[in-house]
Ligand binder design. Sequence first.
Ligand SMILES: NC(=O)c1ccc[n+]([C@@H]2O[C@H](COP(=O)([O-])OP(=O)(O)OC[C@H]3O[C@@H](n4cnc5c(N)ncnc54)[C@H](OP(=O)(O)O)[C@@H]3O)[C@@H](O)[C@H]2O)c1
Length: 354
Amino acid sequence: MSGARRNDGSIVVFGATGFIGRGLLRELLTDPAEDSRVVAVVRSAESGARLRDRLGSAGVPLDRLSIHLFDPGAGEIVLEPAVPDVRDVHNLAAAFAFGMTAETARAVNVVLAEKITRFAAATRARRLVHVSGYRVGAHPTMPVPWSPRHRRRIYGRLGAYEASKIEADAVVRALAARLDVALTVVNPGTVIGDSRTGEADQYLGLADLVLQLSRGQLRAIPGTRNTVVPVVTVDHLARFLALVPRDPQAAGQAYWVLDDATPVLPDLVALVADELGVPAPRRRVPVVALRILPEWLTGAQKETLSFISADAYPTASATALTRRHGFDHPPVRPALQRWARFLAATAPGAATRE
Ligand SMILES: NC(=O)c1ccc[n+]([C@@H]2O[C@H](COP(=O)([O-])OP(=O)(O)OC[C@H]3O[C@@H](n4cnc5c(N)ncnc54)[C@H](OP(=O)(O)O)[C@@H]3O)[C@@H](O)[C@H]2O)c1
């Protein structure tokens, strides 16, 4: 089947309306070396119209963009209108939230990911790019399908978001191997705003911590002095995602796309506090204590705690790939400063501080 895969045709993006999806569309539609049709797959015509408006008002050229509808709940993926010449498929669709039930998280992060893998196989796509997350590899892999007991245990321990991403990673890899889909898995760090403008519209995890800091509500820094929450700017990640299907060596690979130069969390908090002109807390609170204490007391959602770690990640292959293609992460400290300023100025309720 591999010989029948095409080198021309359309780039199909699931999750196109999301934070990373919009970044990828911008990258694909503004790259002068790219002339392919870009298909944004959305759940409703209204969502497609909003996406088009949003990109257009940001100055992104729309002449190569097509909006196609699909029903994520259907047994198999059917695009409306159909796309006869699928070349690459990007899966950026996910329920990205904390506090979800296992059922809600699995329905999108696992079941939809499985359908998208089947779609890539049925359309003989040149490449499927599946986005997992940087903590996915931090847990031992368990062959799929998971037993109900194992699933209950992992979902109970890690929370539905992270557990479903781990399960999806295993499901997509196994299915892609079985269906002969050329797969690239991308494991991004915490995605921060555009390196040039700081622009972002996500307020979870590290962004929430930055907002607590900006409002003077962060009383202690979670973790130890070596804790790091590695970041990647949305523009660097988008460039990486756009690149991987074009590089034959990236087929069958998994890449950790995060900046090793991210300061440890206490230094990151100090950098951001200085940028925002607010005091940085000096106290640290260990993750074990945050696990025991109630959320209302600590302000830390328990589901986010498995992201608080001093682990290092295998970034060498992603760095080698981007360097081979002539680019690298933008400088991380100014990117963090711009992002923090953007968040503090634009997050819901942020104006009260100004
Ligand atoms: N952002 C990060 O820091 C980060 C870090 C590591 C990994 N990731 C992963 O990167 C991927 C993209 O994340 P993101 O930050 O761009 O998330 P996001 O901004 O929340 O976007 C999620 C996308 O998924 C779509 N979606 C949600 N529920 C859906 C459903 N039931 N059926 C079909 N589509 C649905 C949304 O479409 P609607 O507009 O229709 O809701 C949206 O396009 C996810 O796999 C996420 O786990 C993100």
